[in-house]
Design a protein around this ligand. Structure first.
Ligand code: TYM
Length: 331
């Protein structure tokens, strides 16, 4: 079976972007592939989270993954810091990563712009650590959202570079999504993508209560106007249609698409009511199951321990081979 790796940072509540960009793929992939899914706690440290918050955030990400349908019996579900082999290969791989190329990574440049007071070296080498998460399990498929596409390209570069210098070890991993292209879930305010840190009102979280979901959708941006029949659908309206495609029945979606096509307008009140109801139906079972799981921390700890054991066993083999190829082979 092909090996799959993907990770999610424990930096806040998981949202629809995480679900439809990543988790939805995990759930299907667990039936077909040898899957390693993890909580990227080291990656989250670039923003210096409060140490008091970290354990709860890690547990919640685990719970939200399981509540979404991930089966810990079928996949290895673990926490990055429980696999110290990753840190050792990260050190080794840093010797093959050039500062110039790391400085050019768009996500790094964004951080320099947005948080100039905290441009730490961990941010610069973030793509190296991420590549190692993937390469150490010798994964070939990596289910992620569109925002991670560039990082996967770097993972392939590092794999190639290592193989070329020291000998074949790493397969070249590809970003993966069922369907043709990587997914980007827009935020509800029409400005950018949904993200854990941005505008809370414009993000739908898997932990949101029903009234919150309805309220956020009610306030979602739609622009005011209507257009000529047949005119292009404005971005904000397209965003809502796209969200609707994820949770509503196909005939409901095409009803509103047709409405725009034929009349150049949509009854947004109705549309939002429908989308709200369907969204509540989608999110509420995940939310409730996740709450239950978060009360059972013993169970979650058992899962993460078992997951780490499997992930470590596989990682240790790769690390050993990498060291041998590099020449760290003295005994
Ligand atoms: P993170 O924690 O920001 O996001 C987790 C996953 O959710 C996807 N995602 C989205 N997809 C579509 N639309 C959105 N609006 C949206 N927002 C988030 C992300 O693409 C991601 O798949 N660097 C990674 C974590 C990581 C990782 C890895 C991933 C560390 N090591 C190794 C894969 C393999 C990150 O920060 O994801």
């Amino acid at each position: 079976k092909e090996i799959v790796v993907s990770g999610i940072r424990p930096t806040g509540y998981l949202h629809l972007g995480n679900y439809f960009g990543a988790i939805r793929n995990y759930i299907r992939m667990q039936e077909e592939f040898n899957c390693y899914f993890f909580v990227a706690d080291w990656h989250s440290l670039t923003t210096h989270p409060d140490p008091k918050d970290l354990p709860g955030n890690v547990m919640r990400v685990l719970a939200e993954n399981i509540a979404s349908g991930l089966d810990p019996e079928k996949v290895s579900l673990y926490v990055q810091s429980d696999v110290p082999e990753i840190s050792e290969l990260y050190l080794l791989m840093n010797m093959l990563a050039y500062v110039g190329e790391l400085e050019k990574v768009p996500t790094f440049k964004d951080k320099v712009r947005l948080q100039p007071q905290n441009v730490n070296a961990g941010l610069l080498t973030y793509p190296v650590l991420m590549s190692v998460d993937i390469l150490i399990q010798r994964a070939v498929k990596v289910p992620v959202g569109k925002d991670q596409g560039q990082h996967l390209e770097m993972a392939r570069n590092f794999a190639q570079r290592f193989n070329h210098r020291y000998g074949d070890l790493f397969p070249e991993p590809e970003a993966f999504n069922y369907g043709d292209s990587l997914v980007r879930i827009p935020s509800l305010d029409g400005a950018g993508k949904m993200s854990k840190s941005e505008n809370e009102l414009a993000t739908l979280y898997l932990a949101d209560e029903d009234d919150k979901i309805l309220n956020k959708i009610k306030k979602a941006k739609t622009d005011t106007g209507s257009g000529e029949p047949g005119s292009p659908v404005p971005d904000s309206v397209q965003n809502l249609l796209d969200l609707m495609k994820l949770v509503s029945a196909a005939d409901v979606v095409s009803f509103y698409e047709e409405s725009w096509k034929n009349t150049g307008s949509i009854r947004f009140g109705d549309m939002k009511k429908q989308l709200g109801e369907d969204m509540v139906k989608f999110i509420s079972p995940i939310r409730e199951r996740s709450k239950e799981l978060q009360r059972d921390t013993d169970y979650l700890k058992k899962i993460m321990k078992a997951g780490a054991e499997k992930a470590r066993a596989n990682a240790a083999q790769t690390l050993q081979q990498a060291k041998k190829l590099i020449g760290i082979n003295y005994y």
